[in-house]
Design a binder for this molecule. Structure first.
Ligand code: ZN
Length: 173
């Protein structure tokens, strides 16, 4: 089914070829850079703060994004401990209806982040994950350059959109 194909593309990120510096590629994502997220489960104030900072990093980056939080409507954002066997840090999944993308869901796995982040670094690792997933919501794919979309990035260092990421979003809209 279409949703699974899109999910697979999200996880592997390299379907269709490789990515080179100064070239931009776009995947599926929200039809607009202006959209709301809503908390789909109970989330601590600490993690809400990471969300606020991650949104601000995109919204002030020059990429043209306006990501807001709404308590009543918007794209579901789930932040929780998934089972320890869960291998992903974050997951953005397309929501399809009649063959068209009508929204996204974003999930953040605090278990995985807590297991890998050095002491005192859960926040920056969490924000690196969230900024990455928000990149997916705005059509960004994985790449191998200096980018928050590089799956091999140092999450302690790269937790904001880079100039490449900003240019890539602008190229997609
Ligand atoms: Zn990803």
């Amino acid at each position: 089914m279409a949703g699974c194909l899109l999910l697979t593309a999200c996880l592997t990120g390299l379907i269709g070829g490789t990515t080179q510096a100064a070239t931009y590629s776009c995947s599926w994502g929200m039809p607009s850079r202006t959209f709301s997220m809503r908390y789909a489960n109970t989330i601590s104030d600490t993690w809400k703060g990471y969300v606020t900072t991650s949104r601000s990093r995109w919204n002030s980056s020059g990429a043209g994004s306006v990501i807001s939080i709404s308590s009543v409507a918007g794209q579901p954002l789930t932040i929780k401990r998934y089972p320890s066997s869960t291998t992903w840090w974050g997951l953005t999944t397309a929501v399809m209806a009649n063959g068209k993308l009508v929204g996204v869901t974003v999930e953040i796995n605090t278990e995985r982040i807590a297991n890998y982040a050095p002491a005192g670094k859960v926040g920056v690792y969490g924000m690196s994950t969230m900024v990455h997933e928000f990149g997916h919501t705005m059509k960004l794919k994985h790449n191998t350059v200096n980018s928050v979309m590089n799956v091999n990035r140092d999450r302690e260092v790269t937790n904001s959109p880079t100039s490449y990421d900003v240019a890539n979003v602008k190229a997609c809209y």
